[in-house]
Design a protein around this ligand. Structure first.
Ligand code: FES
Length: 136
């Protein structure tokens, strides 16, 4: 697996929150999160299916409780392993997956649609409105 696709060591993925990283699709930078549940790691795009301008992880980790990712805005719950919303205003919706692979204790981006940019966010946000600046 190529080093420039390496997102993080498996040991860096927290149990009760998410690991934020930035990917690029053409000229557009976007965010994704890693979530670990029962030893399985998944990657999802970092936005809610209810209001797509709402990020789960705003830079300090999203809440993961009992295997479900919690949207802080209206409390929707998404299964960490399937991405399915089990409760809330977007019940039945499914998160957008990002392809990853785990090899030799590290997580790599394998999704052909995206390039890995960096750990954390590289996108500037206007915190007063919770929207990204200039990339909508
Ligand atoms: S924006 Fe996530 S539940 Fe409403």
């Amino acid at each position: 697996m190529e080093d420039d696709h390496r997102i993080a060591a498996v040991s860096e993925i927290p149990d009760d929150t998410t690991f934020l990283f930035t990917i690029r699709n053409g000229f557009d930078e976007e965010e994704a999160i890693l979530v670990e549940q029962d030893g399985e790691i998944r990657a999802w795009r970092n936005y809610c299916q209810h209001w797509t301008d709402v990020r789960f992880d705003k830079g300090d980790g999203a809440t993961v409780r009992d295997g479900e990712l919690v949207c802080g805005k209206h409390g929707a719950l998404f299964e960490a392993d399937s991405g399915v919303c089990t409760y809330g205003p977007c019940e039945g919706a499914v998160l957008e997956a990002v392809d990853i692979a785990v090899e030799d204790g590290a997580v790599y981006l394998t999704d052909p649609e995206y390039e890995f940019v960096q750990r954390g966010s590289s996108i500037e946000y206007d915190l007063s409105s919770n929207r990204s600046l200039g990339f909508d």
